[in-house]
Design a protein around this ligand. Structure first.
Ligand code: MG
Length: 344
């Protein structure tokens, strides 16, 4: 009973142009993947490609065509299927993650259980999610902070020569806990200079201060002992974690990087074995992509799953962020449904 694959490109519009240290876009093209089995049960997943990691909606479509003949005959055959995909297209994490999510959704639907329940997790342990404030003018930043009033934690994008003004604008508008993400936008000198400033503004931790390969520099930032350091761009898969141990305090997992739900679980286990903090992040995604990652949040310390909240035309309903608290769906599989009847 072969699985049939259907794909559709969805253009997500963000409420504000979303800008980080290496630039930004108004629209984001993601790919909705549907795997249907012989009984007509459908598993859904979403590919959220990032140009930084070499993917676009078009490369995702090409890779999905390439992987289609390698879909498992039995959707429960997850380990072998994901292993095969990773061997064929090692770099295309977003495309592979969509298939992984769709297979997990299908398995959960066949069993009538949510994915978090198949993993034995307690949804009440899901952390609160931060809400991200992209790079902008101080005036716009103040406005975004006010719009984010329902979120208890903010993540501020830094990595420009206006970082102090950005932090000042945020702090003028709120006294909420802050996290910052430089997206590899600082030099060693600038990062060391910014540490006491971040501390002064009450920042909880700093994400990816330096380029991904500068582990020596990142370790030096951490050794100052001023703030915990979490890496995102430096950590793609579980195999990256042992060499990061001792250099950083934690890692940020994204399905679009690691390429599968099972790899995300391996990353969590590997990071824990090295005594590290675990965070989960996202790209600009609909609620379908966000929900796939939300299912393992009961295992993590911090979440930044605001991708769907940043969009203005989310076509799906799944995990929600209620006053910052991540709430997992209780329906079978990923528990995601269309917002309207359009995709039913
Ligand atoms: Mg990041």
């Amino acid at each position: 009973m072969a699985l049939s694959l259907r794909t559709e490109v969805i253009t997500l519009k963000t409420k504000h142009p979303f800008v980080i240290a290496r630039g930004g876009d108004d629209d984001t093209r993601v790919v909705w993947v549907r795997l249907r089995d012989a009984d007509g049960v459908e598993g859904w997943g979403e590919a959220d490609p990032s140009r930084y990691y070499g993917e676009t909606a078009d490369t995702v479509l090409a890779v999905l065509t390439q992987l289609e003949p390698h879909l498992p005959k039995d959707p429960f055959d997850l380990e072998a299927a994901e292993g095969r995909f990773a061997q064929l297209v090692p770099k295309n994490g977003a495309a592979r993650a969509a298939l992984s999510a769709a297979l997990h959704d299908l398995v959960g639907k066949r069993l009538g259980q949510p994915v978090w329940r198949l993993w034995g997790l307690d949804p009440a342990r899901a952390p609160r999610s931060s809400f991200t404030i992209g790079i902008d003018t101080p005036e716009k930043i103040r406005q975004k902070v006010l719009e984010a009033s329902s979120y208890p934690i903010l993540k501020i994008k830094l990595g420009t020569d206006r970082d102090e003004a950005t932090l000042r604008a945020v702090r003028d508008a709120t006294d909420k806990p802050l996290r910052v993400d430089a997206n590899a936008g600082w030099t060693r000198e600038r990062a060391l200079q910014m540490l006491p400033v971040l501390k002064e503004y009450g920042v909880e931790f700093v994400e990816q201060p330096l380029p991904p390969d500068d582990l020596e520099g990142i370790a030096a930032v951490r050794r100052r002992g001023i703030l915990p350091v979490v890496v995102d761009e430096s950590c793609i898969v579980a195999g990256d974690i042992p060499r990061l141990a001792g250099a950083v305090d934690g890692i940020n997992i994204k399905l679009a990087k690691c390429g599968s739900l099972r790899e995300a679980l391996r990353m969590i286990a590997t990071a824990r074995a090295h005594g590290m903090l675990v965070m989960v992040g996202c790209m600009i995604e609909s609620s379908l992509g966000i929900t796939a990652a939300a299912h393992f949040t009961p295992l993590v310390d911090a979440a930044d799953l605001d991708g769907a909240a940043l969009t203005a035309n989310d076509p799906f309903v799944g995990a929600t962020i209620d006053g910052g608290q991540i709430r997992l769906p209780t329906g079978p599989g990923l528990g995601v449904r269309p917002r309207s009847e359009r995709g039913a």
